[in-house]
Design a protein around this ligand. Structure first.
Ligand code: 13P
Length: 339
């Protein structure tokens, strides 16, 4: 298959109407933090057990088209010896891989951060592909205050995202471009809208400079939402209106799909907001989900590291996947939360 056909086939497999992505690519420190909430130690075996539980959920492929994995998981196996990326593929779920190596403070820009991982990326992608990964993810983060993010942070992170995306496409791997405007802080919805618009403008300028084919990439943005510490809680309609306005001004129609991150919203909020976004009318791109916490929180609480809870936890995951799939079509029924 030519590189272009390979990228197109992966995009088509990921951007299916009524399906979204599962982000299960927590780094070592992050998964340890999640496990701590249920009193489970983050050992390699516990991480394998948890991610096997997620990927072996019967019927998950009905609502989930792709899963983002962490490097360690690519090399792990289910109890019966099947490699976990293959287990996902057997469910009709495309395996992908987080390829950035995390964030550090941005030099000469107090309070801003920059994501690392470009060195040796082309070589690493060869290995990930051989292990079954067909798409990748790189997350840039933007802290928000009255003065943050700085122009420097907006430009530097856009440049890195674009370099990453170009390297992926050259390797026949579909890049998910993830610029996350953080919910931490007490900023308003309007401030988040201003920052998100500036961030996305810069990201698409950089993607253009690096000749990234928009049809062969996916965008994973944050929704336009007020900071967690802000006094006013915006309605789902306000979040939806601001989010689609900002995306409409910044994201070219050629982009194959937009898959939101949940970013610390509660599972129910993340579903309700996605639903409201899809009720605002037809858009040039599918608007779906690529949730980590908002999909995993309730199954994780149900599992608690106990083998006898696996089935129940899988049902909890399936429920959130099903409700988010409905929300991606604008037909989520909040009454289903209570059954
Ligand atoms: P959340 O949905 O928990 O924000 O995770 C998505 C993700 O992949 C963050 O990089």
């Amino acid at each position: 298959m030519s590189a272009q056909n390979e990228l197109q086939a992966t995009v088509d497999a990921l951007a299916q109407a009524g399906k979204g992505l599962l982000a299960a690519d927590e780094s070592g420190p992050t998964i340890a933090k999640r496990f701590k909430t249920i009193g489970v130690e983050s050992t390699e075996e516990n991480r394998r057990a948890w991610r096997t539980l997620l990927l072996s959920t019967p019927g998950l492929g009905e609502f989930i088209s792709g899963v983002i994995l962490y490097e360690e998981t690519l090399g792990q196996q289910a109890d019966d010896g099947e490699p976990l990326p293959q287990l996902a593929a057997h469910q009709g779920i495309v395996p992908g891989i987080k390829v950035d190596t995390g964030k550090i403070p941005l030099a000469h820009a107090s309070g801003d951060e920059i994501t690392q991982g470009l060195d040796g990326l082309a070589k690493r992608l060869e290995g990930y592909k051989a292990q079954g990964a067909r798409f990748a993810k790189w997350r840039a983060v933007y802290n928000v205050s009255d003065t943050l993010p700085s122009r420097l942070a907006i430009e530097a992170n856009a440049e890195s995202l674009a370099r990453y995306a170009a390297i992926c496409q050259e390797a026949g791997v579909v890049p998910i471009v993830e610029p996350e405007v953080l919910m931490d802080g007490d900023h308003s919805l309007t401030r988040c809208a201003v920052v998100t618009e500036a961030v996305l403008h810069e990201v698409f300028h950089a993607l253009n400079r690096h000749a990234v084919v928009l049809e062969h990439m996916l965008l994973k943005p944050s929704m336009v939402i007020a900071g967690k510490g802000h006094a006013l809680h915006a309605s789902v309609e306000q979040v939806a209106a601001h989010t689609v306005a900002v995306l409409g001004r910044t994201v070219p129609p050629a982009v194959a799909g937009i898959f939101f991150l949940s970013g610390g919203q509660t599972p129910e909020e993340a579903t309700a907001n996605l639903d409201a976004i899809n009720r605002t009318g037809r858009r040039p791109w599918p608007l779906s989900f690529s949730y980590g916490r908002a999909l995993q929180e309730s199954p994780l609480d149900t599992w608690c590291g106990q083998p006898q809870n696996v089935r129940e936890a899988q049902l909890a995951l399936l429920k959130r996947a099903r409700l988010n799939a409905a929300a991606s079509l604008g037909c989520y029924d909040a009454n289903e939360e209570i059954v």
